[in-house]
Design a protein around this ligand. Structure first.
Ligand code: F6R
Length: 242
């Protein structure tokens, strides 16, 4: 594992964007695995700047997002589809036909999840997967569990996730109860992994996930077994590394 410690969120976002830009330069038709959440927003901003400066080109890039809420339509401002358009896709020259996100409006979970695995396989797999890190060590919607889920699957959101998310919705009843997510196996098949993490509140998780035992109780710990992982964090997030 390669660790880049940066002084703050802006610096780590620039570093992560540089790594993604290098991937795009080396392979203009690369497949990027993308994440939502607060961690990658700065990285996306830097990528948009690089695009505007003429340094990178998304015309041949393909993307596959990690996850999506089940039951939200694309125009719902809490859907990950909406997030990706708002924070990246609408600001660069990516072909919308080349972007892939699990379809939260699909009722049949099994069909949608196996379809998503086929989509990723048809792209030739993910070249570089961008990840954030949950406080409990989750990646995608893969929460601590007794084992590592392999393929894209439908998860029941934990009560505290629903509780934490309800501030974004009109009422607790509107918060989705389920989500589609790439499995740990899907994530581990990416050729390269780039994880961005910031803040003191993630310091304990960083230490546990990357310096503790590999266990499905800390899903991100599996990344220790991946041959090409880069973790880009700020000083606060790295402050408990032994
Ligand atoms: C996002 C995702 C999640 C987040 C994680 C960290 O697509 O799958 O695993 O990466 O919850 O979220 P933030 O970055 O908001 O702290």
């Amino acid at each position: 594992m390669k660790f880049y410690e940066e002084k703050d969120y802006d610096a780590l976002s620039r570093r992560a964007a540089n790594i993604i830009a290098a991937q795009m330069t080396l392979k203009p038709d690369c497949v990027l695995g993308l994440a939502t959440g607060s961690s990658p927003i700065g990285t996306y901003k830097c990528l948009i700047e690089k695009y505007e400066n003429g340094d990178i080109d998304f015309s041949q890039v393909k993307t596959a997002n990690l996850d999506e809420y089940k039951g939200l339509t694309r125009d719902n401002d809490q859907s990950y589809y909406y997030f990706m358009h708002e924070n990246l896709f609408d600001h660069v020259n990516i072909d919308p036909a080349n972007t892939n996100i699990p379809d939260g409006t699909k009722e049949d979970s099994e069909a949608e999840c196996s379809h998503y695995e086929e989509v990723i396989a048809s792209l030739g797999g993910v070249d570089l997967q961008l990840l954030g890190l949950g406080h409990n060590g989750h990646i995608g919607f893969n929460e601590p569990a007794a084992d590592f889920p392999q393929a894209t699957h439908c998860v029941d959101l934990q009560e505290r996730t629903i509780e934490a998310n309800k501030r974004f919705f009109a009422s607790a009843d509107d918060v989705p109860r389920q989500a589609y997510t790439m499995g740990i196996g899907t994530i581990m098949r990416a050729k390269k992994i780039l994880l961005v993490v910031s803040g003191q509140d993630k310091a304990e998780t960083v230490a546990k996930a990357f310096f503790g035992p590999v266990t499905p109780e800390v899903p991100a710990s599996i990344l220790q077994f991946h041959p090409d992982v880069t973790i880009v964090g700020d000083q606060a997030a790295f402050s408990k590394i032994p």
